[in-house]
Design a protein around this ligand. Sequence first.
Ligand SMILES: [Zn+2]
Ligand SMILES: [Zn+2]
Length: 95
Amino acid sequence: MHSEHCIECSKKIIIPNLPVDQKREIRELLRDNKRIFAVKQLVAAAGLSLSVANTLMNHINPDFAHCHHCDFKELKSENCVCPRCNAFNTNWDLR
Ligand SMILES: [Zn+2]
Ligand SMILES: [Zn+2]
């Protein structure tokens, strides 16, 4: 587990170490517009508080490489800052 700082919203983001199947489940829920269940899953899987999980969830992009905040679509690494809008992205590569 480590933390990152988002320049765009000036929030601290806690990044837990999650197994790929957990990440896949959480992103599936996010993509199905079941955000509340995705947050609950994050709380259960990573042992985060609800507010910490919520902040992290705000930075998980539903589509790999696509920024959650703007229309930039070429994010490269798993935890990265969008070069267009400066938003931190939890860019899980689950392909
Ligand atoms: Zn942010
Ligand atoms: Zn962006």
